[in-house]
Design a protein around this ligand. Structure first.
Ligand SMILES: [Zn+2]
Length: 95
């Protein structure tokens, strides 16, 4: 598997990758806005959605993500198991 660092989303605060990473909904993609669930502020969480990256290193629009790329996201753990995490059907849920 070709692991290109640039294409692996990471939290811009703690630099963790290989955990679920979120990005602001509807904004032009800026990797510096990426956050893990630990570093999302309460008041900004509702504007964030899963960051699922395609083969060109760009995020899928959330509703158009192909299942195999979606599964990559869902197979990752949340950075922390407290607070809020993403549920496949419901979106943000309290963990
Ligand atoms: Zn973080």
């Amino acid at each position: 598997m070709n692991t290109n660092e640039k294409d692996t989303p990471a939290c811009n605060i703690c630099k963790k990758s290989n955990v679920r990473i979120y990005r602001p909904y509807g904004f032009f993609y800026r990797p510096e806005d990426n956050r893990c669930n630990e570093h999302l502020e309460e008041n900004e969480r509702k504007y964030y959605i899963p960051c699922v990256i395609d083969k060109d290193g760009l995020p899928w629009g959330y509703t158009m993500v192909p299942k195999e790329d979606c599964d990559i996201f869902y197979n990752l753990p949340e950075a922390v198991s407290t607070g809020y995490g993403w549920d496949t059907k419901k979106g943000w849920v309290k963990l």
